[in-house]
Design a binder for this molecule. Structure first.
Ligand code: IPM
Ligand code: MN
Length: 364
């Protein structure tokens, strides 16, 4: 049966990096004889320019009729002056919410050739391999009220609200993931201050009873921010509230060398998912053909794994990316202290990944 992938290139370097990832996917689908169609729609600033809204109805409808969504990035200085309800970011938050994609997985894994670009000592980074599971459709990002108040707008309120079910479903996902990995789950909260965190902790402990093999610990978010730097290798699966996860995942991404390498998968209970690099739209280098497409290519690997049951092909992409980096090829955002390193552009590194995928296949 034909599968449909909706591509939302978005803004800045979004179109360049999604083009790369689609090329890698097409190469794999051709080889494996899978029937997959790609349909492109607008989101973010690009959609504001055409439709006056960051999330047009036709984009929503198309996403609802898809097996998976591949997204580039949204936002840029051009739209910064827009009023709050026509900001590009609303498109991204809106698509996550309407699609019900409550679990955002952000894997953090050391790439040997990039370790020396980490701001942290090699010995701390070498064995890093964890996944942040960030709650994505609730918490501080979506709680209401969120508004200015008072006669002179001298007050403001944002709300951190969760239902029991919203916490349980994302925690359950994190336990399931831990079972497939090293069976270690760290739940991150601010239970010494926030009631929402105390409920979060209670629910984690309740669900833990059904997963006796998983070692569970709780860390306060401020302490976790510190532990991510002082002992990042301790982590396997982390699970946390939307805003905490947003902040910790940017921190975590640079541990292994670059924000340009971090993929992400936003999932719900069925197989439909949205896949996007965790970096932004990088407007300063947009349109120059030099952006690093590897986080998007790695997001495409997650798409194959979680939405299309193509585990083997997903692993082939991941291995190909490793091979290309280990041969010293990289885009200009990365630093490599290797004698034979070659700086290449977006199209060139994409070609190298596709070639490496093909070579792996012949060997296997
Ligand atoms: C991310 C981004 C978004 C978020 C922004 C662009 C709204 O920072 O995906 O982490 O805060 O979720
Ligand atoms: Mn973020």
């Amino acid at each position: 049966m034909m599968k449909t992938i909706t591509v939302l290139p978005g803004d800045g370097i979004g179109p360049e990096v999604t083009t790369s990832a689609v090329r890698v996917l097409r190469a794999l689908f051709e080889k494996s004889g899978r029937d997959v169609q790609f349909i492109e729609k607008k989101i973010g600033g690009a959609a504001i320019d055409t439709f006056g809204t960051p999330l047009p109805q036709e984009t929503i409808d198309q996403c609802h009729n898809s097996d998976a969504i591949l997204l580039g990035a949204v936002g840029g200085p051009k739209w910064n002056a827009q009023s709050m309800n026509v900001r590009p970011e609303q498109g991204l938050l809106g698509i996550r919410k309407t699609m019900g994609l409550f679990a955002n997985l952000r894997p953090v894994e050391a790439f040997d050739t990039l370790i020396d670009s980490s701001p942290i000592k090699r010995s701390f980074v070498e064995h890093v391999n964890f996944v942040i599971v960030r709650e994505l459709t609730g918490g501080l990002y979506f709680g209401r009220p969120s508004e200015r108040r008072g006669a002179h707008h001298e007050q403001v309120v944002d709300t951190l609200s969760y239902s029991k079910n919203e916490i349980e479903r994302v925690v359950e996902k994190a336990f399931q993931l831990a079972m497939k990995r090293n069976k270690k789950l760290t739940s991150i909260d601010k239970a010494n201050v926030l009631e929402s965190s105390r409920m979060w902790r209670e629910l984690v402990n309740q669900i833990a009873e059904r997963y006796p093999e998983v070692t569970v610990s709780h860390q306060l978010v401020d302490s976790a921010a510190m532990q991510l730097i002082t002992n990042p290798a301790q982590f396997d699966v982390l699970v946390t509230e939307n805003m905490f996860g947003d902040i910790l995942s940017d921190e975590a991404s640079v541990i292994t060398g670059s924000l340009g390498m971090m993929p992400s998968a936003s999932l719900r209970s069925d197989k439909v998912g949205l896949y996007e690099p965790a970096h932004g739209s990088a407007p300063d280098i947009a349109g120059q053909g030099i952006a690093n497409p590897l986080a998007t290519i790695l997001s495409a690997a997650l798409l194959l794994r979680y939405s299309l049951d193509m585990d083997q092909e997903a692993a082939q992409i991941e291995k190909a990316v490793r091979n290309v980096l280990s041969q010293g090829y990289h885009t200009c955002d990365l630093q490599m202290e290797q004698p034979n390193n070659h700086i290449v552009n977006t199209a060139e590194i994409t070609d190298l990944v596709i070639n490496a995928v093909n070579e792996n296949q012949t060997i296997a």
